[in-house]
Ligand binder design. Structure first.
Ligand code: HEM
Length: 113
């Protein structure tokens, strides 16, 4: 298991942003781990999770609320639910706004490997 305190997300984003966004529940969230088996169950438009890694740390996001708003279309996001979408996500070249404001909002924890 990687030392998550070394991760970009914890240091730069979630330790501050997530706590703020969630009104104090961020600590619980950053210590939460999910198995692949658990993540793979969340594949529907009203309950959709996705994995995206940052600096080799696999992060889990509940993107349910974001699906209808995705500028790339809802279908492509639905196709990646319950899976590790890192390669396709990075291939598109998502903007810094996505990393700075959207992903922190939907972050729910880490993948247990
Ligand atoms: C939580 C996950 C995601 C978020 C928050 C997100 C967010 C966004 C945003 C904000 C844009 C507008 C362009 C930008 O600011 O970069 C965008 C475009 C796009 N996204 Fe995503 N996205 C996510 C996942 C994905 C995934 C998994 C794919 C799969 C390939 C994808 C494919 C695309 C495509 C094709 C576009 C349009 C690019 C273009 O028109 O040039 N996105 N996304």
């Amino acid at each position: 298991m990687k030392d998550i305190t070394q991760s970009y997300y914890i240091k730069q984003k979630y330790r501050k942003t997530d706590i703020h966004l969630l009104g104090g529940n961020g600590i619980i969230n950053v210590n939460r781990y999910y198995t692949m088996e658990e993540v793979s169950k969340h594949t529907s438009a009203n309950d959709g999770w996705i994995i995206i890694s940052k600096d080799g740390v696999k992060c889990v996001f509940n993107v349910t609320e974001w699906i209808p708003n995705h500028p790339g279309g809802s279908q492509i996001l639905k196709d990646h639910l319950g899976k590790d979408a890192t390669d396709d996500f990075e291939a598109i070249g998502h903007s810094q706004v996505v990393y700075d404001t959207l992903l922190p909002k939907y972050f729910i924890g880490f993948l247990r490997e």
